[in-house]
Design a protein around this ligand. Structure first.
Ligand SMILES: NC(=O)c1ccc[n+]([C@@H]2O[C@H](COP(=O)([O-])OP(=O)(O)OC[C@H]3O[C@@H](n4cnc5c(N)ncnc54)[C@H](O)[C@@H]3O)[C@@H](O)[C@H]2O)c1
Length: 432
């Protein structure tokens, strides 16, 4: 099939490359000329495992092209995905200016029947808004489909290629059939394609992210209670997770959720529920718990040291999670800002996010060339992101580099008894 994907970010680029990999002709459109130039040279602007190779292969097979010219994409494609950002607006709602602007521009370029697919995460009613805008701008026939994306950064290609489910909101049977055909190669292993109305499809994405955020905040609170009463959250988590009604996913305590999705989607769901006079109390608590959790390590540092003035703190991990360079809403940001406000000296390292970190912190912190270099003269190490390369470090080398061997592990990647045996003072989340 001939496809256009508008927006070449984490979602659009992955979707475009994966659709091309299954034999479709895909034109990726982005308004950022620098990004498009980079993509045309076979380079990708983000870190996502496997993506560069996929893009390169499909580019050289001529199934994947990049352009800033939306019109070219629209005129040459049957199905047009909108995969642009929906950031948080001033009142907490999803800012739809990019989605609606793209819808208008698509309509102006149409020269026949088109299926316009909302892949961006958008609140209920957006498909209807897109439909109204397009109808005002063109006399050509069209259908609007809601197709929320559930991929995870860091495993995005796998998630797109082998989804747990594909949700398609479509009120028009012709568009629904086209979408089913497009996705059938991705669901050969039996994942369901779920057809529904657009409003339900739009809500699916928010409900799924809100549920995952709820599990994280819930477990973070359980860990904090463990700290308070002297229980071990590892034992508690195992026991809870082995209940088949609950299961093990998203029950790891940590420093709070971040990224471009959970924080903004929780906010947007609170906002659109509130706009209909529904007070979504659980979700309010999920957000408040998360904001507090992002500073939990700072509280632990202050409880240990008293004053942080002049303390040299090494930070391992800046990205909001491993296997990405994304620092949007990353817990590392308020945590480091809190340390700096308390006059600590921060020496940070992340395997992928250093460039992004420099654009956030500038010269306020120092950037180490590797995780050991960050430890030089440190009064403590704070672990914020659980990159695999931090899991089995050279403990003797760490002790030698640090001024005092104190670790604050925000991701529970080590065993407390092992760390103590190695000579570290070790603080983690919810474990004595
Ligand atoms: N990142 C994720 O893990 C993820 C997962 C599922 C869903 N989503 C949702 O998908 C959407 C996109 O997210 P993302 O992380 O890919 O965003 P992103 O910020 O990484 O990428 C958005 C891209 O759209 C481009 N763009 C903006 N306006 C444009 C326009 N008018 N014309 C052409 N291009 C334009 C930007 O230049 C940018 O390259 C959001 O709604 C997000 O909530 C994201």
């Amino acid at each position: 099939m001939k496809i256009a994907v508008v927006g070449s970010g984490y979602v659009g680029l992955v979707a475009g490359a994966c659709l091309a990999e299954n034999g479709n002709d895909v034109i990726c459109v982005d308004k950022d000329p620098a990004k498009v130039r980079l993509l045309q040279r076979g380079k990708i602007p983000i870190y996502e495992p496997g993506l560069e190779e996929l893009v390169r292969r499909n580019r050289s097979e001529k199934r994947l092209t990049f352009t800033t010219a939306l019109e070219r994409g629209v005129r040459n494609s049957e199905i047009i995905f909108i995969a642009v950002g929906t950031p948080t607006g001033e009142d907490g709602s999803a800012d739809l200016q990019h989605v609606l602007g793209v819808a208008r521009d698509i309509a102006r370029s149409m020269n026949g029947y088109r299926v316009i697919v909302n892949k961006s995460t958008v609140p209920v009613g957006t498909a209807a808004k897109v439909r109204d805008i397009v109808r005002r701008e063109t006399t050509h026939p069209f259908s609007v489909v809601s197709n929320p994306e559930f991929l995870k950064q860091g495993a995005a290609i796998d998630d797109f290629m082998k989804p747990d489910r594909v949700v398609i909101g479509a009120e028009d049977p012709r568009a629904a059939e086209l979408m089913k055909e497009l996705y059938s190669p991705f669901t050969r292993t039996g994942a369901p394609i779920m057809l529904m109305d657009c409003a339900s499809a739009e809500l699916c994405k928010y409900a799924a992210n809100a549920m995952l955020a709820t599990r994280i905040s819930f477990m973070n609170e359980v860990a904090n209670v463990c700290d308070a009463v002297g229980a071990n959250v590892d034992h508690v988590r195992h026991a809870v997770a082995s209940d088949r009604r609950i299961g093990p996913s998203f029950l790891f305590p940590g420093v709070g959720y971040g990224g471009s999705c959970f924080p903004k989607d929780v906010k947007a769901m609170l906002q659109f529920a509130g706009a209909k006079n529904y007070d979504f109390k659980i979700l309010q608590a999920v957000e408040a718990v998360n904001d507090r959790q992002k500073l939990r390590l700072l509280d632990k540092l202050k409880a240990h040291f008293g004053s942080l003035k002049g303390k040299r703190i090494a930070v391992w991990g800046l990205a909001f999670k491993p296997r990405t360079d994304d620092m949007r809403e990353a817990p590392s940001v308020p945590l480091i800002r809190g340390m700096l406000a308390a006059s600590a000296i921060v020496q940070a390292y992340d395997p992928e996010a250093m460039k992004v970190a420099k654009s956030i912190f500038g010269s306020d912190i120092t950037y180490a060339s590797n995780n050991y270099a960050a430890l030089t003269g440190a009064d403590a190490l704070v672990i914020v992101t659980e990159w695999n390369e931090f899991r089995e470090p050279d403990y003797a080398r760490m002790r030698k580099l640090m001024r005092t061997p104190i670790i604050f592990d925000g991701r529970n990647i080590y065993k407390p008894e092992q760390m103590r045996a190695q000579g570290f003072t070790y603080h983690s989340m919810g474990r004595p």
